[in-house]
Design a protein around this ligand. Structure first.
Ligand code: ZN
Length: 66
């Protein structure tokens, strides 16, 4: 994964600690942290979809058996 190094906050433009997820001054999330959140949401959606499919599969199997 190519990570563009962010050294300044996008909101208040204060200097960031290298690799920081949040700005120490205003609390704004860095680009890296935003990307991580987006990835987490995507993983969660995939997991939810898999769970829904499994549930539907079980329900269908239940109805087929009776
Ligand atoms: Zn800031």
């Amino acid at each position: 994964m190519a990570t563009t190094y962010q050294t300044y906050c996008e909101r208040c433009e204060s200097r960031l600690v290298p690799g920081a997820a949040y700005c120490e001054r205003c609390g704004e999330r860095t680009r890296k942290a935003k990307g991580m959140v987006r990835l987490a949401i995507r993983v969660e959606l995939v997991a939810l979809a898999a769970m829904a499919l499994l549930t539907i599969g079980f329900v269908l199997a239940f109805y087929v058996q009776h």
